[in-house]
Design a protein around this ligand. Sequence first.
Ligand code: GDP
Ligand code: MG
Length: 162
Amino acid sequence: DVPVAGLPGTNQERSFFMVKPDAVQRGLVSEIIGRFEKRGYKIVAMKMVTPSRELIEAHYDDLRSRPFFEGLCKYMSSGEAPVVAFVVEGKGIIKVGRDMIGVTDPLKSAPGTIRGDTGVSIGMNSIHGSDGVEGAASEIPLWFSQDEIANWNKTADKWIYE
Ligand code: GDP
Ligand code: MG
């Protein structure tokens, strides 16, 4: 089996993503997750969660000193909408996932990216994605236990990886 955090640099690299409450409210879950499927990536975990304040604070721990931290935590854990947390596996997913998402501010994100196609506000930017190997390695086990990860063999991989 692949380790929970994946094997960075191989076809079994893994990254953590989350459809944020604004995008769940707007009915964008399938639009967003579908992009990863279409690209050829393998989804190995997925769940809808109404996150606690504690979980969100742990997730965004590195942003504690930022002025928007309080508002970010309130919004993400308000309970007005859940999030959809998911783990994607495949070659280059940590960097490619960030490229697919766009930059933090949707107004500065290129058309074709998720944020560039779905939003206008920095605080409601549709999706989270791990920003590097370390982020993925800490976020995947923060959100998912070992038994929530599906170690499945995607037979279509032979039409995706040469
Ligand atoms: P990301 O990795 O692109 O998601 O950006 P960061 O890790 O820097 O910030 C985490 C999240 O905090 C972002 O996705 C935004 O939702 C929010 N955020 C970041 N910067 C700002 C800001 O200047 N103002 C507000 N309101 N929210 C921000
Ligand atoms: Mg980040």
